[in-house]
Design a protein around this ligand. Structure first.
Ligand code: SAH
Length: 391
């Protein structure tokens, strides 16, 4: 039977080594004995009975344990509160030029599988494991105390919850949250649908890359995979004209409305497949001075990596051909399966095939409110290179 008073899990020597190396995830294959139920915060022991630390336990996921502490220190309410407080205080200290940002980035804030985004007066949370799902009422209580938001929404309609055996749901957890929340990012206002939008409504992880890219933007611009036009709108005042592409009609409607709301008149949004459009633009001899490539994750898992490489290479190659000399390419991947080295290689190979000499101006990553935990490559998912076409 599983006692509820002292939930504990014994891990293998290999699991213990992993904890010592700083990785918070212990896989099922390294679990030797379980006396706990899914969602428990457990004491983790090594094969000799020594305490390794405390962790969130999942009885469904391949990731059985997510370490909260290493050593004897307990992982109760006080730990959660102090880590939430530290994560939020850090964001406040960063002088973020926006009213929306990520307050808690899971593993990157030592709060594994817990995500909290702020949109103005509202918070959106995601519980990505059984453990955080169980703790959600207490986390909400702490967030109310620390941030005093007007409302908190759970966007628990995330695929990874299936791996945990958790339901898919969007639930109001505190106060009220309107259908659209108005936030500012740099000089641009966005009306965000936090109930249904992709991620939690905005791609907050690209905020700093948009601002950085703005410094180089000029002439005729093409924003590929535009979603609600966040890159297009942020860069538009530096450009003569902007074409924003997204395959989703709904997204295109948002781009147009966002442009109107901000008094931006030089952005044209088109519903189109980027692969087809880049090819036909190349055939018809179109040219651009600034191109943004911000595709969805082509490689969602290891098996899809090879196909993903081909996809990334194709769009980069076409974009380089469409650029005029002196043109700027802002190219991104948000697959952590494609690491920085691999992405650099893809972009390089694309440049060879495009007969384009490209200079790297900046190698960037996700915004600083999405911290990367050293030794945990899974937390370094977004790479963004800014390049300039020479010749
Ligand atoms: N650049 C955006 C985020 C892009 S998310 C931002 O900064 O906010 C990826 C977008 O690509 C989604 O909106 C999705 O609808 C779109 N998309 C996916 N496949 C596509 C394709 N083949 N052609 C055009 N758009 C595509």
């Amino acid at each position: 039977m599983t006692p509820t008073h002292d939930p504990r899990v014994v891990i293998s020597g290999r699991g213990e080594d992993r904890v010592r190396s700083g990785h918070p995830w212990i896989y099922r294959t390294d679990v030797a004995d379980v006396r706990a139920t899914g969602g428990d915060t457990v004491v983790v022991h090594n094969p000799r009975g020594r305490i390794v630390g405390h962790a969130l336990f999942s009885d469904r996921s391949q990731i059985s344990l997510r370490m909260l502490t290493v050593g004897e220190a307990p992982a109760g309410r006080d730990l959660w509160r102090s880590r939430l407080e530290a994560a939020i205080a850090f964001r406040r200290s960063m002088t973020i030029d926006a009213t929306a940002c990520r307050l808690v980035h899971g593993e990157g804030d030592l709060l594994p599988s817990c995500v909290v985004d702020q949109y103005g007066d509202y918070l959106v949370v995601q519980a990505l494991s059984q453990g955080v799902n169980r703790l959600l009422p207490q986390i909400v209580e702490m967030l109310v105390d620390l941030v005093a938001p007007a409302g908190i929404l759970a966007r628990n309609d995330v695929k990874v919850r299936q791996l945990e055996g958790l339901d898919s749901s969007v639930t109001l957890l505190h106060g009220s949250v309107p259908p659209l929340v108005s936030v500012r990012e740099g000089r641009i206002e966005h009306e965000v649908d936090v109930w249904h939008g992709q991620k939690t409504g905005l791609f907050l992880d690209q905020r700093e890359n948009r601002i950085a890219a703005r410094a180089y933007a000029h002439g005729r611009m093409l924003d590929c995979f535009s979603y609600h036009g966040a890159f297009a709108l942020q860069l538009a005042d530096r450009c003569d004209e902007v074409i924003a592409l997204d395959v989703s009609e709904d997204a295109v409607g948002h781009i147009t409305r966002n442009a109107q709301r901000n008094g931006v008149t030089n952005v044209e949004a088109r519903s189109a497949n980027v692969f087809d459009t880049l090819r036909s633009m190349e055939r018809s001899g179109e040219r651009f001075d600034t191109i943004v490539l911000d595709p969805p994750a082509f490689a969602k898992n290891k098996d899809a990596v090879e196909k993903a490489y081909a996809g990334y290479k194709e769009i980069n190659l076409r974009a380089m051909k469409l650029l005029r000399p002196g043109g700027i390419l802002v190219t991104c991947t948000c697959s952590y399966h494609v690491d920085e080295g691999a992405f650099g290689q893809i972009v390089y190979e694309a440049s060879v095939d495009a007969h384009a000499r490209m200079a790297v101006l900046e190698k960037r990553m996700q915004s600083r409110d999405h911290p990367v935990l050293l030794g945990v490559p899974e937390t370094y998912y977004l790479k963004c290179f800014i390049l300039r076409k020479l010749g």
